[in-house]
Design a protein around this ligand. Sequence first.
Ligand SMILES: *[C@@H]1O[C@H](CO)[C@@H](O)[C@H](O)[C@H]1NC(C)=O
Ligand SMILES: *[C@@H]1O[C@H](CO)[C@@H](O)[C@H](O)[C@H]1NC(C)=O
Length: 152
Amino acid sequence: MKSLLFIFLLIVSIVSGYYCGFNYCREGQVTIQEDDGCSCVEENKSEVKITSALMGTWEDGSRGGDTFMSVEYIIINNGAKDLRNIFIVPNETLSIRDSLYSDDSIWNIIINNGGLTLPYYQNTINSNQCYKFGFIIKSKTIPSLKVASIGY
Ligand SMILES: *[C@@H]1O[C@H](CO)[C@@H](O)[C@H](O)[C@H]1NC(C)=O
Ligand SMILES: *[C@@H]1O[C@H](CO)[C@@H](O)[C@H](O)[C@H]1NC(C)=O
């Protein structure tokens, strides 16, 4: 029974990215993971923000006339601590042009389980630093991104 519960919690933690000790942060909150445990803060009090900028939008005749957008996002760490992990969720399924592994269509971020994480070559976003990433997607609106969890 105990091991079943453990497996269940493990799966939940992998799938959701919100799992925090034995608590779940509510919708509208960010999970903060630190060496000594987890806590939840209201999204609007989080020291880590994301902004977006539309770099271009076009219809591609060679791809059935679909509309594509190039979007750049900036993660801003306004906190006093260096960020070591982040899990970001988009408000819609990202329809990346080409594939998830195409450097032309996605840069400086990894898409994993529908969420976004830092690539291996970017171990931290230091205090008062920002970090840019982006992608080319088949979409007519800029997907908004939400910080689900951060780790110090
Ligand atoms: C932050 O969000 C909470 C709950 O979502 C809300 O009650 C509070 O008024 C908000 N604070 C500000 C400064 O917007
Ligand atoms: C996602 O958010 C953007 C920007 O707020 C909005 O334009 C778009 O309609 C949203 N998409 C969905 C599926 O809610």
